[in-house]
Design a protein around this ligand. Structure first.
Ligand code: MLT
Length: 233
C-alpha cells in the first residue's frame, strides 16, 4: 500500500500497481470504457494534454479533465463520470488530465502492470489480483499529497478481499490502516464517501450526483489496464 507521494523512482519495478482515485478519476475512466470509449490516454498536465491533442485527428479524440475539480476551459469534457455517456464517448480515445488521478498513473510507469480500480469495477480488480504473480502495490491518488478517505476505503476493501478477512502481520502499516478502516466502515461505503474532504469540495462544485454514482459497487465487470500509454479493457 502506497500513497501517491510516498515512493521512490524504480521502487515499482516488477510490481503490479493498482491506481485508486475513487473521486473521481478512476471512476470516470472505468465509466468511459464501460460506455465504449476506445481508450484513455492519461497525461501529466495541461501542456502534455495540448501537445497530444494537437497531434491527433480531433474527430476521434476528446480532450477531457479538470483542475481542482472544475472542467478546464476549452476541454470537451470535465471529470464527472456522468458526462461520459455512450452517446458522447463511444469509439473515441480520451486524452485525460486530472489533478491527482492521472498524475498517480503516470508515476506508476515502469511498473510491471497498471490496473485502474474504483468501486464500480471492484470484483474484476479483486479477481485479477487474486491470481497476480507480482507483488501488488495499491496506489491511492489522494489529494495533492494528502490522504483521501474514499481511496483508503477502497484499498481496505481490496486488501480485505485478498486476505480472506485476516491480514498478515507482515503487511505494511498503510495496508493495516486501510484494512482497519474497511473493517469498521465497509458496510457503509456511501456515507464514508460523503464525509470525505474531497466530497465536501465536490459538493460545492457539482453537487452530490457524482458522489452517489462513484459509491456504487460492481456496476460493471471491467479490468482496465495501461498498455503503451493507453488505458483500455
Ligand atoms: C483528481 O484526479 O484529482 C480527481 O479526479 C479530481 C476530481 O474529482 O475531479
Amino acid at each position: 500500500f502506497f500513497s501517491a507521494q510516498s515512493f521512490q523512482e524504480n521502487e515499482l519495478r516488477n510490481k503490479s500497481v493498482v491506481v485508486i482515485d475513487v473521486l473521481r478519476a478512476t471512476s470516470t475512466i472505468v465509466t468511459a470504457l464501460m460506455n465504449g470509449a476506445k481508450g484513455v490516454i492519461p497525461v501529466e498536465d495541461m501542456g502534455e494534454a495540448s501537445r497530444i491533442s494537437q497531434s491527433v485527428d480531433s474527430d476521434n479524440y476528446l480532450l477531457c479533465g479538470e483542475k481542482d475539480g472544475t472542467k478546464i476551459d476549452g476541454y470537451d469534457l470535465g471529470n464527472s463520470p456522468l458526462e461520459y455517456s455512450r452517446d458522447t464517448v463511444e469509439g473515441k480515445t480520451l486524452i485525460f488530465n486530472t489533478t491527482n488521478g492521472t498524475k498517480a498513473i503516470k508515476k506508476s510507469l515502469g511498473s510491471a502492470t497498471i490496473y485502474i480500480a474504483s468501486f464500480l469495477n471492484l470484483s474484476s480488480i479483486v479477481n485479477a489480483l487474486s491470481v497476480e504473480k507480482n507483488e501488488i502495490v495499491l496506489l491511492c491518488a489522494g489529494w495533492k499529497g494528502r490522504l483521501a478517505l474514499e481511496d483508503m476505503l477502497l484499498a481496505g476493501n481490496i486488501i480485505h478481499n485478498l486476505s480472506g478477512g485476516s491480514l498478515s502481520d507482515m503487511a505494511n502499516d498503510g495496508a493495516k490502516v486501510a484494512f482497519g478502516l474497511y473493517e469498521k466502515y465497509g458496510n457503509d461505503i456511501s456515507s464514508v464517501i460523503f464525509q470525505s474532504n474531497h466530497a465536501q469540495r465536490l459538493k460545492q462544485i457539482v453537487g452530490t450526483d457524482d458522489l452517489e454514482y462513484c459509491a456504487q459497487t460492481d456496476i460493471c465487470n471491467l479490468l482496465p489496464v495501461l498498455h503503451e500509454g493507453i488505458i483500455s479493457i
